[in-house]
Design a protein around this ligand. Sequence first.
Ligand code: KG4
Ligand code: ZN
Length: 359
Amino acid sequence: MSAGAAKAEGPLVLGIETSCDETAAAVVCGWRRILSNVVVSQEIHADWGGVVPELASREHLRLTLPAVRRAMSKACVGWQDLDGIAVTRGPGLVGALLVGLSVAKALAMGRGMPLVGVNHLEGHLFSLLLEDPKWKPPYLVLIASGGHTELHMVQDLGSYSLLGATVDDAAGEAFDKVGVLLGLDYPAGVLLDELADEGEENGPRFPVARVARPGHNFSFSGLKTAVLLHWQAIPESERPRQRPAVAASFRRAAVDALVKGVAAALEETGAPRFGVTGGVANNRLLRRKLTALAEERGIEVAFPSPRLCTDNAAMIAAAGAYHLASGCRDDLDLDADPSLRIQSETIHMKEEEPPGGRA
Ligand code: KG4
Ligand code: ZN
C-alpha cells in the first residue's frame, strides 16, 4: 500500500516507545492499521534479574534511532509522508522516557512536524483496535504486565474509567519473582507458565487475595510471600521434584485473582466485550479461563497477538494518531511523567469528529 493510500484511513504517525526495557518504533495509519512495528527487547537486564534503569536508558540511547530508521524503511514511508510523531511520556522509568522524548522532539523539530505525548497505558487500550477491524468501544481491558495490573473501561476513544488496580506488585512482577525463586531465568513469566503446565492439579493451595472495595483491586504480594514460605519449608533435595507443582499452584492463584477481578468488573459494567493486554496476557491458563468466562457470559473477548500485548510502539502511534486527529499537539517543553495516570488522558478528548471517521 502506498503512503498516499494509507493516509485516507487517518493520520500516518511514527510512534516511539522507550518507557521500560523495550526500545520500539512503529508506523501506523490511523488507529487501525500497522505499517511497521519494530521492537528491540533489551537483553542486558537478564543478568541482573530485573530491569536496571540506568542500563535501560543507555540501551535506549543506542537503539532508538536505528529502530526508528528500521520502522520507517519497513513501512516504506518517507519523512514527508508522516503527519506527526507520537511518543510515550509516561508512566515508566524517567531516564528511559527522556531518551524517547528527546529523540521524538529532535525529529519533530528537525522535520517540522506535529508532536504528541501519549500515556503508555492508553497505548495498551488502543492495542485492541489494531488487529480486529470490527473491535470498538465500549470495552473493558485488563492490562497485566511487569509494571502494571489495571482494569479500565473504555466507554469511547479518549474516555476511560479506571475500575481497579494492584495495590502492591504487578501480576508480571509476581510471576517474575516467583519464577526466579524457583530457579528460572528473568523474565520468568513465560518459563513459569511452561513449568506450570507440567505441574499436578493437586499441588499446594495458595491464597487468592481479596482486596477491600472500592474498585476491583488486586494484590499479589501476599501470594508471593506464601509461595516463598512454602518453598523455604521444602528440603533442598526435594525441590527439583516439587517445582512444577509449586509453579502450577502459584499460577492458578494468580490467574484466579485476575479472572475474579475481570468477572466482577464485567458484572458491574455490563461491558459487551473485553480484552487482555500486557505481557501476562500471553499466559495460557489466563487465556483458557477468560475464554471460558466470555463464553459463559456470551460476550466477545480479544487477546491481541503477543507482539501487541507486550510493549510496542504501534499502540503508542495508534493512540497518538487518535489525539492528532482530534487536534491535539504538544510543545517541545513536553516532559516525562514517570507516574502518569490514565485519568489525565481525558484532557485529550475530542471536540469534534476526527478526520478519517470514528472507530
Ligand atoms: O508488557 P510487558 O512486555 O512489559 C512490561 O512489563 O512493561 O510484560 C512483561 C511481563 C513480564 O513480567 C513477564 O514475565 C510477563 O509479562 N509474562 C508472562 C508471560 N509472558 C510474559 N507472565 C505470565 N505468563 C506468561 N506466559
Ligand atoms: Zn506496558
